[in-house]
Design a protein around this ligand. Structure first.
Ligand code: G3P
Ligand code: MG
Length: 262
């Protein structure tokens, strides 16, 4: 499965500069020159895919309730921007449909992380894939589907075998190679803490791309690029792009992205 990953990808949009997983955050990533964004997709209680990271709504909306128990009619009225800054007050929890419309309007690549709440791995994957497929049409680029959940990725493999997939992990599972193969993944997305040059080389020798999250420090970004990590997922894609331009060269992919974005 061929996959052209960008050097730098915005994390939850551009989570350092705008409230994570909102339309404002996706727009901000594009304004900063990012060509791809990662965001998290979860289901409301009544099964609507929305962009959200936590099981509980409290941190991001102030409401102490589980997303998995809250219907969309309630979620859509919540404020997911004020916690970040009064400038973003009233920013809603976006539906996946709305996020995709924006992503495609902006010409961005999307890395959709399927973030199932406990026990909803299959349902979350199916609902997410359905929404993407309904909006995709012929001329739009299919997104990358990533997940910590092997079950969600297995569903993606069966239902949309041609869309690129990535397994995500904080710690390296001992069976990583078997898992990537069984799930037909193109890429392995790992916490930057577990990456080192021999391990990156081993993953690449096995035929997979490597992305690191969440890379917000310039020095760490340079180290990871030097050990041939393909993609850095960052809350501050602008900062990380500027840190690695000298390594890629002035005509390299990151500088091209930045010039196009400004
Ligand atoms: O996709 C990589 C990264 O987003 C996984 O961690 O918790 O930020 O969704 P998290
Ligand atoms: Mg994520």
């Amino acid at each position: 499965m061929y996959l052209e990953l960008p050097r730098v990808m915005g994390h939850r949009g551009a989570a350092a500069w705008a409230p994570e997983n909102t339309l404002a955050s996706i727009q901000k990533a594009a304004d900063l020159g990012a060509t791809w964004v990662e965001f998290d997709v979860m289901l409301t209680g009544d099964g609507r895919p929305v962009l959200f990271h936590d099981d509980n709504l409290k941190r991001l909306t102030g409401v102490d309730a589980l997303m998995a128990r809250t219907p969309y009619s309630r979620v859509k009225g919540l404020d997911a921007g004020r916690w970040f800054s009064p400038d973003f007050a009233g920013e809603p929890v976006p539906t996946l449909d709305a996020a995709l419309d924006l992503v495609w309007d902006l010409g961005l690549g999307a890395n959709i992380e399927i973030k199932s709440t406990p026990g909803r791995d299959v349902e979350t994957a199916k609902a997410t894939l359905d929404v993407v497929a309904a909006g995709l049409g012929r001329r739009r680029r299919p997104p990358m589907i990533s997940s910590f959940s092997r079950m969600s990725l297995a569903v993606a493999r069966v239902l949309r075998p041609d869309w690129p997939r990535a397994l995500i992990a904080f710690k390296v599972p001992s069976d990583w190679q078997t898992a990537l193969e069984a799930l037909g993944c193109a890429s392995f997305h790992l916490s930057s803490k577990v990456l080192n040059p021999p391990f990156v080389a081993e993953i690449k020798r096995a035929g997979y791309r490597v992305a690191a999250f969440t890379v917000n420090q310039k020095r760490r970004a340079r180290e990871l690029i030097a050990c041939e990590v393909d993609c850095l997922i960052s809350d501050a894609p602008d900062r990380i792009a500027s840190a690695i331009i000298p390594l890629d060269g002035e005509n390299g992919p990151v500088s091209a992205v930045r010039q196009a974005g400004r």
